[in-house]
Design a binder for this molecule. Structure first.
Ligand code: MLT
Ligand code: ZN
Length: 456
């Protein structure tokens, strides 16, 4: 296949050989390496379309790839074949301040896009922790969220229109450029979050909103997780809608401490990060009321950032949680459960109990505002050893059963991919899974596009 692709696309666009394809064999899931036959670095919609036409003709599987920061193995070429990278399609095509929209190619790095948009007084809120190195195409595939999803929602709420290439090579435009629009089925919404199994994104039109003029950030440090949970409830009950409401447990704090710019006290058992935004007038007073709520609920230390530097220090600690845990425990398993907000304290208790029961260290952190908790099982021993595997598997199954018992869901923002597909039947009944498989076959009848993902 790579010879045909090289002939059609020209030299330099097709990578072959273990050394060159190896960097495209992994992602952030920690599920290991899956070497494709070749990697195509597509530079245009026409090239994406051509690859999908040739692959269909030769019945070769294609795995689309953004920048490889996915957490559930969505970009892993489990059946070999072609990895189709859109990293070279990285132009911001348009930012329209009147229409308040932007049009981008899929390979644009999210953080760069946000900087450009914000320099024009506009705002694109979705903020996965990997924002400095993830691509908007990948965000669309996974329907990425982040801390700001609590107030502003996830990627799907901002994608107005898409152009995609379908297996076989057809290019299809869908959606609109207007903020409102209900013409036909919401096909855009179905493609966002389809984990690269319906089509390959070649262009994205997103909605922008006005950049909030004021932002205030604080950190509350607690002696118990229960206190932190109560502080979060108190802030919400007082009618605040923070743009981020994050929580870190002791294990997570201990892992970021060495690299964190903020000096976490040794006794810290839990940390709550609260960020408000909006009209600068009154923001400080609101922040002080949130800080007071934390103190009333037992916060021993409260830091309200007094300038941008302190804000960045607070966020730096939060953004490095995942990578610090991975550095210390390369085979860690990062889960992404989401429970109704009122069940967060119970879910936290159950996660701790599961860790104790199976003798596995667990770090829990994440987006407490919307119940999306990253429960990380910190396995150090070689995960493939049968005895370790069995314990981890049992712990995970119990974690998911507990999540569903509390009326939660398996994934809040990372997707199902390869990592969680076998647990899908725990949450969804067979007919629903079957209807989704039919939907997949509609767009990709030969099951060549990102095969082996989402469904058991
Ligand atoms: C985060 O919130 O830090 C990211 O979703 C990554 C993770 O799960 O660790
Ligand atoms: Zn997250």
């Amino acid at each position: 296949m790579h010879r045909i692709l090289s002939r059609e696309l020209g030299a330099g666009k097709v990578l072959v050989g273990e050394e060159l394809v190896e960097p495209y064999a992994r992602d952030e899931s920690g599920l290991g390496a899956f070497l494709p036959e070749c990697v195509v670095l597509a530079g245009s919609r026409e090239e994406v379309s051509l690859v999908l036409r040739l692959a269909a003709e030769h019945r070769v599987p294609v795995t689309p790839r953004g920048l490889g920061t996915g957490m559930t193995g969505g970009a892993l070429a489990v059946n070999g074949g072609i990895v189709l990278s859109t990293e070279r399609m990285s132009r911001i095509l348009e930012i329209d301040r009147d229409d308040m929209i932007a049009v981008v190619e899929p390979g644009v790095v999210l953080g760069h896009f946000q900087d450009v948009v914000e320099s024009q007084g506009l705002f694109y809120p979705p903020d996965p922790a990997s924002l400095a190195m993830c691509s908007i195409g990948g965000n669309v595939a996974e329907n990425a969220g982040g801390p700001r999803a609590f107030k502003y929602g996830v990627t799907r709420e901002y994608v107005l229109g898409l152009e995609v290439a379908l297996m076989g090579g057809e290019l299809l435009r869908m959606g609109r450029r207007t903020v409102k629009g209900v013409t036909g089925y919401d096909v855009v919404a179905a493609f966002v979050g389809s984990e690269g199994t319906f089509g390959v994104t070649t262009e994205v039109t997103v909605k922008l909103i006005p950049l909030p003029q004021g932002v205030a950030t604080m950190l509350g440090v607690f002696r118990t997780m229960g206190d932190a949970g109560e502080a979060i409830s108190a802030i919400l009950h007082r009618g605040f809608r923070p743009r981020a409401l994050e929580l870190l447990d002791r294990m997570a704090i201990d892992h970021v401490r060495p690299k964190a710019l903020y000096r976490f006290p040794e006794w810290a058992e839990a940390v709550a990060l609260v960020e408000l935004d909006g009209d600068p007038e009154g923001l400080e007073a609101s922040m002080l009321r949130c800080a007071a709520a934390c103190e009333e609920k037992g916060a021993v230390e409260v830091l309200v950032a007094k300038d941008e530097k302190e804000r960045r220090q607070i966020w730096q600690a939060r953004r490095i949680v995942s990578s610090s845990l991975r550095d210390a425990h390369p085979s860690k398993i990062a889960e992404d459960i989401c429970v109704p907000r009122g069940r967060i304290p119970e879910m936290l208790r159950r996660a701790t109990r599961i860790g104790d029961k199976y003798d596995l260290p667990v770090a829990t952190y994440g987006h407490a505002g919307d119940g999306n908790l990253h429960v990380n099982i910190l396995v150090d021993e070689d995960r493939r050893r049968p005895s370790v595997m069995a314990r981890v598997e049992n712990a995970l199954a119990e974690l998911f059963r507990d999540t569903l018992e509390l009326r939660g869901t398996l994934s809040g923002e990372h997707g199902i991919g390869l990592a969680k597909k076998k647990y899908m039947p725990l949450e969804q009944p067979p007919p629903l899974i079957e209807w989704q498989k039919r939907l997949k076959r509609l767009w990709d009848p030969m099951d060549l596009l990102n095969p082996g993902k989402i469904f058991p």
